[in-house]
Each structure stands twice: as C-alpha cells, then as structure tokens.
Ligand binder design. Sequence first.
Ligand code: UD1
Ligand code: CA
Length: 503
Amino acid sequence: MSQGTRPVAVVVLAAGSGTRMKSKTMKVLHPLAGRTMIGHVLTAALHVEPEHLVAVVGHSREQVGGHILEQVPGALLAVQETQEGTGHAVRVGLDALRAAAGTTDGVVVVMSGDTPLMEGETLSGLVDAHVHAGAVVTLLSAEVAEPFGYGRVLRDPDGGVRAIVEQKDASPEEAAVREINSGVYAFDGAFLADALARVTNDNAKGEYYLTDVVGIARVDGRPVAAHRIDDVMQTEGANDRAQLAALAAEKNRRILARHMRDGVTIVDPTTTWVDVDVTLERDVTILPGVQLLGATAVAEDAVVGPDCTLKDVEVGVGAKVVRTHGELAVVGPGANVGPFSYLRPGTELGAGGKIGGFVETKNARIADGAKVPHLSYVGDAEIGEGTNIGAGTIVANYDGVQKHRTKVGRQARTGSNNTFVAPVEIGDGATTGGGTVVREDVPPGALAVSAGPQRTIEDWTLRRRPGTPMAEAAAAAQAREGGSSHTEASGFVADGDAEGQSK
Ligand code: UD1
Ligand code: CA
C-alpha cells in the first residue's frame, strides 16, 4: 500500500440477500475470475492493511460468514438481524469494532461486498484523499452515463459536496445529475458513530441511509469531500447474472491486459479466460480457446492451447499442452501433452515426457522422458524414466473394491494393447508383447507375453459363411493366388466356430 494512513477498519457490507440473482447461493458468493465476488472485495480491502476487517452479514450468515473467515481468519463478523438500510448495517459493524477494539476512532472505510472490480489502490487513494482533505466523510464518486438507481452527489455552487440523494427521493433536477455515489467511503470513525445515531428512516424506502451522514456533517459544519475516479467499472455491483457476466468479462479483459503487458502472447483474448491468481511467465503463448483456472502456473516459453482447460496445473518451461483438460497436475519442462488428453489430480509428467492423444491419467508419476503416447489409461501408477508404454494400454487399478498401484521401471518397452492388472511391477528394461495381460511381476530385462499362439482355421469363411460378400472376396483372393493358400497347420483343431466375435 501507499505509505499513507492505516485505517482502523474496513467495513464490508454483505447482509443483503441479492434476490435478483435468483439463486440458492448468496449473491456475494457467486464466482468470477477464480474468486467469489466478496473474495475480490476482501483482497482489495486487505490492500489498505486495516487494523480490523469487519464484515456485516445477515442473510445466510453461516454460508457467507464462513466463507469470509476462510479468506480472512481474523475478520470480525457483525450480524445484522434485519436489513434496515446501509446506515443501520454500518452501525452494527461499528458496534462489533467497538467491542473488539474498544473504540471507533481512526479512519473507517466502508464498502459493499458486491463490487468485485474494486482495486486496493483505489481504496488507498481514497484514504489518502480523505486524510489530505481533513474531511470527516470522503465518498468515492464517478461520473456515469446512466445514473439511474444510484445515489446522486449534489454539490454547492463552489463545488463542495452538499448531500447525497437516493434515486427514489430525487427530484427530476437531482435525478439529472450524473455524478454518482459509488457506495465506498472513508470516514472519521468517531464522527461516523455519532452521526449514525442521529440518522432517521424518514425517506421513501423507510430505511436508515448511510448517505444521510453527509447532510449531518454539513449541518455540523464538518468538511465533506468527494474523490472522483474515472474507472467507473470499479464501482459497479453485480445484482443479477447478466451484470455478473459483464463484470466477469471485464475482469478477464483486465487480467489478460496485465499478462500481455508483462510479456505473454495471447493470440485471442476473446476466447481466453484466466483466473486472477494464475501466473504466466514471459514468452508464454496462449492459443485460442484456453481457460486457465485456480492456481495454474505456466513457465517461460510454454505453449498452451488451442482449447485447453487447466485448473491448478503447473506447466514447465517450454512445455506444449494441446486440447487438454487438466486438474491438479504437473507437466514437466519440455514435455508434450495432447491433443485430447485428460490429466486428473495427481498426474506428474517429467521433463521431456509425453502424454498423448486420448490418454487419461490419474495419480500417476510419469518420469523424465517417459511416454504414454496413445489411447491409454494410467491410474495409481509410476512409470520410470525413458520408458515407453504401448498404444492402448490400460492400467487396471481397481479390483472392484480397492485401488492398487502399478510400477513400471526405467527404459521399459511395453507392447500395444496391454493390461497391467494392479498391484503389479514391471522391472527396468523389461519388455511385454502385444496384447499382454500382465498379472504377475515382470523382472528387470525379461520379456512377458501372455497371449496364446495364434490359431488359424483355413477356409473357414467359405465353409461357414457361404454366399456372403466376405466369402466372395476370400474366393477371389484364393483364385488370384492359385487355390487356397494353406500355411503350416498351427496344431489347433482345424474346424470350429469363431470365438468372441461381436457384430
Ligand atoms: C447504496 C447507496 C447509494 C449508492 C449505491 C452504490 C445508500 C442509502 N445508498 O444504494 O447512494 O449509489 O449504494 O451501489 O446507502 N446492505 C446491508 N444491510 C442493509 C442494506 C444494505 O448489509 O440493511 C448492504 C447490501 O448487501 C449491499 C450494500 O449494503 O452490499 C449496499 O446496499 P444496497 O441496498 O445495494 O444499496 P443501494 O440501494 O444500491
Ligand atoms: Ca447496490
């Protein structure tokens, strides 16, 4: 923060229910850019390093209060039993502050829990302006094109702030004013406590308006100031889902702009979504259609996309991740993932490793240079350095009751279409044949083959499927090759039905 005054408290108002969200989830708990609305507000509030953070909660106080304490364990929760207006809410908040701190003296910042784009720097700018003006109230104001619904800032001819008038109480001339009260303020705490005791609910809504303390300051001859900001979006609240989507898009645009300024290439910002806590190093390239969520971190020179969703995923230097869905996974430096890969929690791919197309991994350590290139499931497994897993390999980690582990050593080469029935171990430098079902450990350097010798029954089609297109094709081929081409008998019964066919 700036070297300015440290407020005694920031009071965050979050007792309203937000009925226009039409949701079982409280308004301030709706998420955007990887945090709840109130999560963003609390981050901004903490930026000014208040001695106390006071949250006024009411509707669903367990849900909202619990969430706030998760984010700010030392927060003071003040319960407003009935929502009688913003003035009443702040009074409840100051009671909690007085109970904890013994006083309300000092600078008190008040803000709403539903303005997720508010920046910490804006709050410290407000506090600085407040202290500089020597005011008892400094409100954050903004000039907007559509002021409907907001309290309007009424000024004297000399420019001093006279009062705030709410929409419902405004005359037509007052309603024409385009400077609005953002609902964010810095107060002298002692003055605020005194003034709130004098606010009445004699107005169109029958509520105790916090904004009335401006008029009270004027009556008392105490200075009032307004700190105007140009960035109107910071003051906007989300009251319904359409506004939430608009604010989420704007928040995303700002996050992307920050990363691009810091040296990240974002090919298509309109289809790229990046949560606020994601870190992207210089010269990262993000291709279209990418969502980077949670605590995802992408290191220098890595390329992500197109079309990836990564949540809490670490991508190493120079790695490439294409059309991948990943969560709680680590992709090592120079590794390759995708296209069409599914990295589930606990996946760790080493440096230069590969997880290829249509591969699903879970709780799997795939070491440096190891490859699972095609069509496989690898769960609860460890794959050693430089090992190659054949196409279509399934790690059967679940016996129907319990999960078991599979370990493949280093520099092993396993065949296509294998099943590793866990718990099982395949040693360093071992090989398995195509179609092997590995049920027993394979020692280092051994070859394991489990499929039986092939059984070939000559002329089966002509005898058992006469008159079909396949019989015709077989007959034509035999005619071209001069009769039926008997290879060496395989030792099986020479006639029988095809086994295990499906149609
Ligand atoms: C308020 C301001 C208005 C300003 C606008 C900015 C007043 C009287 N008016 O109006 O000048 O332009 O904010 O958005 O203050 N809340 C409680 N308890 C209550 C009432 C409200 O905790 O009893 C909380 C709400 O949950 C919300 C905040 O206070 O977070 C603002 O309340 P809201 O009803 O939205 O006030 P506005 O009518 O928008
Ligand atoms: Ca509001």
